[in-house]
Design a protein around this ligand. Structure first.
Ligand code: G1P
Length: 287
């Protein structure tokens, strides 16, 4: 029986250049969808999946992410004095979600390098990775599903999505054998393959549960696409030594890192929101 997965890394050190000027003084992970910043949805998914210890990888200028989850006694006191109980609860629960630590990635050397920054925090146990700019809407939290695959098979499990072939080159691409149901076993992994040479329409979708051997492979991974240390390249090395599973999930992935997807995310999630969904639907029909 595997030990439960209780630690997670949330990489959030990237620059967010596709959303400038909105992200000049504000991290893209702090952009608001409905009434919460993106990073809060990501942390909530981790917590709902059984994660108790989280490290968020940040870079200079992203300290506001920390401010969002740290306790703010002055604000709590003020809300208490004004009798704003619901708001007080919302603020307090944020600082009680999980044990959250922060580590700086000093140079933007890629997703793989960001994960490597968390090695001392993670130690020698399997852990989850949740991309900080990606919200997953699904009935069962996706990280929970991956943790179950890990616990059952004792090897790394990554989330996959099918995308149209014409856009697969934007992603890390997974090639594998179908084991049944939603499960695949990897035979090849390629980060952002060239347009004319796409071997599969299954792509990485922002959630991973990894064996700690990944740190060894990350240290041996040379710079890849965009001259960055790619997590996909390290997983390819890992895959040669131990099995790696892919899990195709039911649900929606929202990458809020570009304009169109940011708006779509707000609309789609707004339509499902119990408070504003109905009115928003009516208004959209009218216009
Ligand atoms: C990263 C990963 C890629 C994955 C994508 C979406 O790329 O490197 O493998 O498919 O996230 O989850 P990025 O979007 O940061 O370029």
């Amino acid at each position: 029986m595997q030990k439960a997965i209780t630690k997670a890394v949330i990489p959030a050190a990237g620059l967010g250049t596709r959303l400038l000027p909105a992200t000049k003084a504000q991290p893209k992970e702090m952009l608001v969808i409905i009434d919460k910043p993106v990073i809060q949805y990501v942390v909530e998914e981790a917590v709902q999946s059984g994660i108790t210890d989280i490290v968020i990888i940040i870079s200079a200028g992203k300290e506001v992410l920390r401010g969002h989850f740290d306790r703010d006694e002055a604000l709590e006191h003020l809300l208490e004095k004004r009798g704003k109980t619901a708001e007080l609860e919302a603020i307090r629960s944020l600082s009680n979600l999980a044990n959250i630590q922060y580590i700086y990635q000093h140079e933007q050397k890629g997703l793989g390098d960001a994960i490597l920054c968390a090695e001392a925090f993670i130690g020698n146990e399997p852990f989850a990775v949740l991309l900080g700019d990606t919200i997953i809407e699904s009935e069962v939290p996706l990280t929970y599903e991956l943790a179950k695959v890990y616990e059952q098979y004792g090897s790394s499990a990554v989330s996959l999505q099918r995308v149209p072939m014409e856009i697969a080159h934007r992603y890390g691409v997974f090639v594998g054998n179908h084991l049944g149901n939603k499960l695949y076993s990897a035979t090849a992994l390629i980060e952002k393959p060239p347009k004319g040479n796409i071997p599969s329409d299954l792509v990485f979708s922002g959630r991973y549960v990894l064996a700690p051997t990944i740190f060894h492979h990350l240290r041996n991974t040379p710079p890849g696409v965009n001259n960055e240390i790619q997590l996909t390249d390290a997983m390819r090395l890992q895959m040669q030594a131990e099995p790696l599973y892919g899990h195709v999930f039911d649900g929606r992935r929202h990458d809020v890192g570009n304009k169109l997807d940011f708006i779509k995310t707000n609309l789609l999630m707004g339509l499902n929101d119990p408070e504003i969904g109905l009115e928003l639907r009516e208004w959209m029909k009218r216009i």
